[in-house]
Design a protein around this ligand. Structure first.
Ligand code: DC
Length: 220
């Protein structure tokens, strides 16, 4: 096993802020390559779900670490959607809810949680013989030797409009919360959201996601 856990398997790393179109691009690329797809944001959301479920304060560093180390997490992509089971309970819907979304940045800033998730992500790639892995630190920290690294981004306005089209809400409010989450994700000490060295920048503002997918598939 190499130190990055890749061990000679094909890994595509996709990073970028929330709502930029990473998942759509990632799933399409995975399906075209015939490999599996891992949404690592769903993993941090699952830890946050377990933290709230056990009544732990998301800012209690040691208690949150305990949850991450002890929780049972089963994550799989079924028919183009990520299904998440936490300690035997289906958390697929709840991990996208407001409570989890509000607390996930604090949990994702916990270094022990990150170390545990990185280990599980590398284990997932080994078990699946490679794959498309999506998140914030995949090309920079988890798989720095990935075969292809993409940094997918879009303007905060476009990202907010896409989110509202998906789940409703007020565009201004959604945009404000996106800006706030970007700020937290990019300024945290451990593994902040950055463009990994060697990553190809893909700006999806004003470009239909299907066209972006076609472009990425051409790159491959
Ligand atoms: O992509 P998402 O919105 O589901 O991610 C949820 C949170 O997890 C977000 O605040 C960023 C964080 N995250 C992270 O820190 N590292 C990753 N590899 C993936 C997500």
């Amino acid at each position: 096993m190499t130190s990055d856990g890749k061990n000679g398997m094909k890994v595509i790393a996709i990073d970028g802020p929330a709502g930029a179109g990473k998942s759509t691009v990632g799933r399409a690329v995975a399906s075209r390559l015939g490999v599996d797809y891992l949404d690592t944001g769903a993993m941090y959301r699952a830890v946050t779900y377990a933290v709230l479920r056990r009544g732990v304060d998301p800012h209690d560093v040691a208690a949150v670490e305990d949850v991450a180390m002890s929780m049972e997490l089963d994550i799989r992509d079924v028919d183009g959607a990520t299904q998440v089971v936490v300690d035997g309970e289906d958390a697929t819907a709840d991990i996208r809810g407001r409570e989890v979304t509000e607390s996930v940045s604090a949990v994702a800033a916990n270094s022990a949680v990150r170390a545990e998730m990185v280990e599980r992500q590398r284990g997932w790639v080994t078990a699946h013989g490679g794959g498309v892995v999506e998140g914030r630190d995949i090309g920079s920290v988890v798989f720095p030797d990935a075969d292809l690294k993409l940094y997918v981004t879009a303007s905060t306005r476009v990202r907010a409009e896409r989110r509202v089209a998906e789940i409703g809400g007020d565009v201004d409010e959604v945009e404000a919360s996106i800006i706030e989450r970007d700020r937290k994700d990019s300024s945290r000490a451990d593994s902040p959201l950055v463009e990994a060295s060697g990553a190809i920048l893909v700006d999806t503002s004003g470009v239909p996601i299907d066209a972006v997918v076609d472009r990425v598939l051409e790159m491959l």
